[in-house]
Each structure stands twice: as structure tokens, then as C-alpha cells.
Ligand binder design. Structure first.
Ligand SMILES: [Ca+2]
Ligand SMILES: [Ca+2]
Ligand SMILES: [Ca+2]
Ligand SMILES: [Ca+2]
Length: 372
């Protein structure tokens, strides 16, 4: 009897010990994270230049590891994170508090809008500053209308600048953000095209997405009607070489191995290779447009019919451009609220005999909605 009683005591003690061990294994005294977020709204909107402070508060003195992630990147392991977006876009910010006993998680979707420069009573319709003039060689280069003075001549109004052969470009800014109005054209680019003589220039636009006033953001091409034509190539490159003498033709080679020259003609005797470029060659990249509209079958009456829409120096009277036609590098449409910078680049590569090389001219660039 005594023995049985001792066995029972041992059994009871063992069970008690087992239960104690079990309960210790269960939590070690650990509490699952109980957290509240000071910003509860999970869909937020900010503008570039704004910042927002996110905080998580521990509600039960539990001990845990905290992680703030922006997309796939961990951005903080503290209880607070200051979000200062440098670019517009949609951001996913997530917070997690984790320990052995559990996880607390919270997610935000933050829409960051670009900072638009407003139109004021003083805003000018026409571009207000030249940012870059980088022509290709050509018959008008190194004199009017193909010099720096010509490029500056369309600031604030009308003038005339020629960009030289394929790839030559000029870049300007406005004193305000040119808005992309829904279902409306937004820009007008004046040139000197005639009904049977267009010299289409590709148009690129940029939003000052990081709001620093510099054109260091992304260029988007305006998709014109020549985009899908045979011969259009969005990854084209040409290298121009300084000729041995100033009166020589300017040789070029493209990234497909083709070679040619910007040929001298009798009307323009100056050097065609830009004199201010100190290197003996330079390479330009951009979009090459199809030359299928050019008809040289009658050498004394060479014609270059316009594309339907979407280019500079294309139709007489000025080319209206819809910012809704902007596409990214992959050809996908982009939804721009407005643009701050514009670049125009000679788009067709053609030697038109006695007329010389095809070269885009620009005589004015304006916000269509500020033109009376
Ligand atoms: Ca528009
Ligand atoms: Ca910028
Ligand atoms: Ca021209
Ligand atoms: Ca022209």
C-alpha cells in the first residue's frame, strides 16, 4: 500500500513537472506583437518634395523585430519611418512586427504626384530657355540658321533654327509645366514645312519628375504616325567624322554598318561639321523615321510628303501635339500630367541631291493652351 502511494506521488509530480515544462515551452512569457499605426489610412497621396512620417506604437510591451519595406527593399528597422519620395509613382510601404509568438503587419499604397509648376499671369506661351543645341553636320551649320544664336532666337517667340542632318537636336524648357489636357492637343511646334516638303523631327518630352529644375529625368517620345512604318528604328545611332578639310563632305557610319556623307553643295561653302565640337567624331542616338515619303524620281522636283501627325517641321502652319501620345522606351503609352522640357531631333536621314541633307527646322515652340 505504502509502495503504491509513493508511486502515485511520483506520477502526480511527474505530470505536474510535464505540465510546467509544456507551459514554459508555449510562451516563455512572450506576448505576440500588438501594435497600432499612427496613420490608419492605407491609401495615401503625396507630391514630390513632400514627406510623411509613419510610426508604429507598441500596445503591450511585447518584444519584437520591426521592418519597414518599400517595395522589396527594407528601409528601416525602427518604430518610425520618414518617407520622402524623390519621384512620382505608386509606392507600396509595408510594416511588420515579428516575434516567436506572432506577427503584426500593415500595408500602405502611396500615390506620389509630380510637382507641377503652375501657370501664372506672367507665364509665357513660348519656351523660355535653351538647354542644349547639338546639331548634326549640315549645310546651315556654323552660320545662321544653324548656330547657337539661331537656337537662342526662338526663346520667347518665333525665329528659325536648323538642326542639321539626322540626329541633330535642340532642347528647351518652359517657365511653367505644360499640362496634358484630356482629349486635346497641348503643344504647337512651328516649322517651315510646305505641303510637299516636310522635314519631320521627332519630339521628345520630359517631366521634371524629381522637381530639381534639371532635365535629368526620363525622355518620352511622342508616337507619331510614322512609328510603325518600315524603316523606322527607335534604336538608331550615327557617328559623324570631321573631314580632313573644312570643304570636305562629312562622313558618317551608323550602328548597322551603313556609311554615307553629308555632302557639300555649291550654295553653302562653310564647314558643315560643327566648329565648336572639339572631338574629331561624335555619336548621336535616337529614333530614325522611315524615308518612304521622299520621292526623288524627278530630280528637279524632289518631294517629301508629311506624315499624318506627331512630328515637328511636318505640316505647314505648325504641328499640334497631344502629350497623350507619349511612349516609354518599350513603346508603352505613359500618362503624363504635364511636361517641363522638350527636345526636337531631325528624324529622317536623307540626302536630297541638290537640296542637300534633310534637316528639321523649328521656328517656335509653344504651349498651345496659352496661344490666343
Ligand atoms: Ca492632351
Ligand atoms: Ca529633373
Ligand atoms: Ca531643312
Ligand atoms: Ca524644313
Amino acid at each position: 500500500m505504502k509502495t503504491n502511494y509513493n508511486k502515485l506521488l511520483v506520477a502526480i509530480f511527474s505530470i505536474a513537472l510535464f505540465l510546467t515544462a509544456c507551459s514554459n515551452d508555449d510562451d516563455h512569457g512572450i506576448l505576440a506583437p500588438e501594435v497600432t499605426m499612427d496613420i490608419q489610412d492605407q491609401a495615401l497621396q503625396l507630391s514630390v518634395g513632400d514627406n510623411s512620417t509613419f510610426s508604429a506604437s507598441n500596445q503591450n510591451n511585447s518584444v519584437y523585430t520591426e521592418t519597414w519595406s518599400l517595395g522589396d527593399s527594407i528601409v528601416s528597422n525602427a518604430d518610425t519611418y520618414i518617407f520622402e519620395p524623390k519621384n512620382s509613382g505608386t509606392y507600396n510601404l509595408s510594416y511588420a512586427a515579428v516575434n516567436e509568438a506572432g506577427t503584426f503587419a500593415y500595408e500602405y499604397t502611396i500615390t506620389v504626384l509630380p510637382k507641377l509648376r503652375p501657370i501664372t499671369d506672367d507665364s509665357k506661351a513660348f519656351v523660355t530657355a535653351l538647354l542644349d543645341f547639338w546639331p548634326a553636320p549640315g549645310q546651315f551649320i556654323n552660320k545662321k540658321p544653324g548656330n547657337l544664336e539661331s537656337a537662342e532666337g526662338i526663346i520667347g517667340g518665333r525665329g528659325l533654327v536648323s538642326l542639321g542632318g539626322w540626329g541633330g537636336s535642340v532642347t528647351y524648357t518652359f517657365d511653367h509645366t505644360v499640362l496634358n489636357h484630356a482629349d486635346k492637343n497641348d503643344l504647337i511646334i512651328y516649322g517651315n514645312a510646305m505641303p510637299t516638303f516636310s522635314e519631320p523631327g521627332v519630339i521628345y518630352v520630359m517631366q521634371d519628375d524629381n522637381a530639381n529644375g534639371l532635365p535629368d529625368d526620363k525622355w518620352y517620345e511622342i508616337k507619331g504616325s510614322g512609328h510603325d512604318l518600315e524603316g523606322t528604328d527607335r534604336a538608331y545611332k550615327v557617328t559623324y567624322y570631321r573631314p580632313a578639310t573644312a570643304d570636305g563632305d562629312v562622313p558618317w557610319e551608323d550602328n548597322n554598318g551603313n556609311t554615307g556623307v553629308i555632302a557639300k553643295n555649291a550654295f553653302h561653302k562653310q564647314a558643315y561639321y560643327p566648329e565648336w565640337i572639339t572631338e574629331d567624331s561624335y555619336t548621336i542616338s535616337g529614333t530614325l523615321l522611315s524615308d518612304s515619303n521622299i520621292d526623288m524620281s524627278n530630280p528637279s522636283y524632289i518631294t517629301s510628303k508629311p506624315f499624318e501627325y506627331g512630328y515637328a517641321d511636318n505640316t505647314s502652319g505648325g504641328d499640334q501635339i497631344d502629350l497623350a501620345d507619349a511612349i516609354d522606351a518599350d513603346g508603352n503609352p505613359v500618362n503624363l500630367s504635364g511636361i517641363d522640357f522638350i527636345k526636337i531631333q531631325t528624324g529622317v536621314q536623307a540626302n536630297m541631291g541638290w537640296l542637300g541633307e534633310l534637316s528639321t527646322e523649328v521656328t517656335g515652340i509653344a504651349d498651345l493652351n496659352l496661344i490666343d
